[in-house]
Design a binder for this molecule. Structure first.
Ligand code: GCV
Length: 680
């Protein structure tokens, strides 16, 4: 760039930022208050009295610079659910909803159009959410640490509640409402029983009272042993009347304080958590006991399918084996919450075969927004493509077109309530998510929970416009960088279907050699990659663990056959010879090297894109993202060198000469032990 062009860019683009430092605290809600002259010219006319409708009116009064708007409620339009209709012409817009919260969502829709500079003179919009419950899961502990949280301590200041209310509670609720999220689980699924004490219930109530104004319902993670742990019952066996009574009384107490309480999320008999199996009962017995207690109040149980035990059986098969036999045994207010992939939020997994395999049981997805396995809040990884990959995956469970989205959103099998969830990446950090681009993943989850047909590109475009600028010279390259970023992480961490070769426990860096004495085999990298001199990968074919059998045809055969298995999942399903010829004509070994190298080169490319766009970004956010990209670039090289040098000890083949040479020694990399505490 010539000095003159640079000067010009600085004057036109940077000057507006002077005195207007940005730290990311406003998220995508950087609306500018409308000027008095505009206010005098237009009216925001509300034909309803509900507090949420008034809030919708207020948001438009403050920030809507366009023509007059009329907001109306029409209870007859039940097909809209929490959605809305917007019709508009040059002088007047009509926003109609069946529920007050629909008016609020409609108001944010209008503001989004305004921020994006869309034509607002000929509006014909009808929006109906794809899922009834669009919920965030916080893995926040009561001591304010956050399990797998990388954005500081928990937002919930339990010691100050219920008397003091941090302004961030309302900001949090508003941000969620602006993208259609209508529910939140406040505490970690590894749940402290304390959350159900009367002491905490009044604190939860204080939060629920703030969130309600924005249409958000509160849910809690419940520890299955609460009756025994809190009140000294002999046990927490769901078949015992005393235990059932305990839950009935507890639920009644909660609803006395929080009349719209959503229900419980439960992690039972998983990774050491208590559950009904402790008493020889099934997951259905446990879930149904809680469902019965919640039923009179309209509450829901979200019962997690993330269950596995160290055994001879492939971990990837266990959720299906546990739950499919129970199909039809769950109450209608139980929803089985299933992680997108069968292992654990890896950079890439196939969808969990349980989706679509239980036709008489409501199912919901659990995504992970927090980047436990994708570089924490240090790496830029835009996750909409990952979410879409699962949502759009065809399960074939009810014939072609039975995508994961359709088997969970009620369009194939009707269930009482539909839901979608994701583990939040939100903490006390000023910018909420640690990495400024982490905000995009919170945003993307909300938008997809509302409409799973939206494209990753479209969501990125909206977010960039609102979070940074709508200048096409900025939007285009940043959008492309975001779209490419998830695959870059897959490339430099775990390409071709590799999975779970992370360092033990904290899951940040590479440790394909990892083998902790006394540790569970199903937590060890070798369990997953199976590298030997013959090849690499987990054999899940019919002659291996036979996990392929849990998928419907034609997927089962496609995955089972090395020639038809998608290459990006090859090492997930097959143990592949190092010299196997890939579609590119390269050997498996060369292809692996090529992917690792490509990942590194992509991140270097992101650095270049970002640095070049400095004139478009305020100083603070520019330099913070720039620093994170440096960390990411270093980490990418670390990953590449660690994995290639280690796997090379099995392949005994040279790293192709055209790719970047390793800069580390394997023995040095093996010594790295990061002191990262994982709060359980
Ligand atoms: C909340 C993984 C994570 C755990 C998490 C667990 C779960 O194993 O590493 O931190 O615990 O998943 O989803 O229950």
């Amino acid at each position: 760039m010539s000095p003159i062009t640079r000067y010009f860019l600085y004057v036109t683009l940077l000057l507006p930022f002077l005195g207007h430092a940005e730290n990311g605290s406003q998220l995508w809600l950087r609306y500018v208050p409308v000027e008095k002259s505009v206010v005098n010219k237009r009216t925001i006319d509300l034909r309803a009295t509900h507090a949420m409708a008034q809030l919708a009116q207020k948001e438009l009064e403050n920030y809507w610079a366009g023509q007059s708007v009329v907001l109306k409620l029409d209870k007859k339009l039940t097909r809209l659910k929490e959605g809305y209709v917007i019709k508009g012409n040059i002088s007047r817009i009509e926003l109609v909803a069946a529920e007050p919260v629909g008016l609020l969502y409609g108001a944010y829709h209008l503001l989004r159009l305004q921020e994006m500079g869309e034509d607002i003179n000929h509006l014909q919009v009808e929006e109906i959410p794809d899922y009834d419950i669009r919920i965030l899961n916080h893995w926040d502990n009561l001591d304010r640490t956050v399990e797998r949280g990388y954005a500081g301590y928990s937002l919930w200041k339990w010691e100050e509640l219920p008397h003091q209310l941090s302004p961030r509670y309302e900001q949090y609720a508003r941000a969620n409402a602006s993208i259609g999220i209508n529910a939140t689980v406040l505490n970690n699924v590894n749940a402290s029983p304390e959350i159900l004490t009367s002491h905490y219930i009044v604190k939860v109530k204080a939060l629920a009272d703030v969130f309600r104004k924005y249409g958000i319902r509160v849910y809690l993670s419940a520890n299955f042993s609460s009756p025994a742990l809190l009140d000294g019952l002999a046990d927490s066996d769901p078949s015992r009347k005393e235990v059932q009574d305990w839950w009935n009384t507890k639920v009644k107490e909660i609803y006395q304080h929080i009349p719209d309480f959503g229900g419980f999320l439960v992690k039972a008999n998983s990774e050491g958590q208590p559950g009904p199996q402790d008493y020889g009962r099934t997951h259905a017995d446990g879930a149904n006991m809680l469902a019965d207690a919640l039923k009179p109040y309209g509450g829901v149980v979200m019962w997690r399918a993330f269950v596995y035990n160290p055994s001879e059986e492939d971990r990837a098969k266990q959720a299906y084996q546990e739950f499919v036999p129970l199909d039809g045994e769950f109450r209608d207010n139980v929803i089985i919450q299933i992680k997108n992939g069968p292992i654990d939020f890896q950079p890439r997994e196939p969808f969990t075969p349980l989706f679509g395999a239980m036709q008489h049981t409501a199912q919901m997805i659990e995504f992970q927004i927090t980047q436990e396995y994708l570089g924490f809040s240090n790496h830029l990884a835009y996750l909409a493509p990952l979410f879409k990959e699962t949502l759009d995956a065809d399960t074939y469970s009810a014939g072609e077109g039975s995508t994961v989205a359709r088997v969970t959103d009620g369009s194939i099998w009707r269930h009482k309530k539909t839901a979608i969830s994701a583990v939040a990446n939100i903490g006390e950090d000023t910018n909420w998510t640690g990495h400024h681009f982490g905000q995009a993943n919170w945003y993307a989850f909300g938008r997809l929970a509302w409409n799973h047909a939206l494209s990753s590109e479209e969501i990125a475009r909206e977010w960039i416009h609102m979070t940074f600028t709508g200048d096409a010279d900025f939007v285009k390259p940043i959008q492309q960088m975001m779209i490419d970023s998830r695959e870059a992480v897959v490339d430099y961490m775990m390409p071709l279907g590799l999975h779970h070769i992370f360092a033990f426990d904290h899951h940040y860096g590479p440790e394909p050699w990892g083998d902790r004495k006394g540790g569970r085999p199903d937590w060890m990298p070798w369990y997953y990659h199976n590298a030997d001199t013959a090849g690499l990968g987990f054999d899940r074919t019919t002659t291996g663990s036979n996990a392929v059998s849990q998928y419907s045809e034609p997927l089962r055969s496609i995955f089972n056959t090395i020639e038809t298995c998608p290459e990006n999942l090859l090492l997930w399903f097959h143990h592949v010879p190092w010299t196997h010829s890939m579609k590119s004509g390269r050997t498996l070994w060369d292809e692996l090297c090529f992917h690792y190298d490509r990942g590194v080169q992509e991140v270097r490319g992101f650095q270049k894109i970002w640095d070049k766009l400095e004139p478009y970004v305020d100083e603070q956010r520019f330099s913070e993202v720039q620093s994170k990209l440096k960390v990411q670039a270093k980490d990418a090289v670390w990953w590449k060198d660690a994995c290639l040098l280690y796997f090379q000890t099995f392949s005994n083949m040279p790293i192709p000469y055209e790719i970047e040479r390793p800069i580390h020694e394997l023995k040095d990399l093996k010594k790295i032990k990061l002191n990262m505490k994982h709060h359980n």
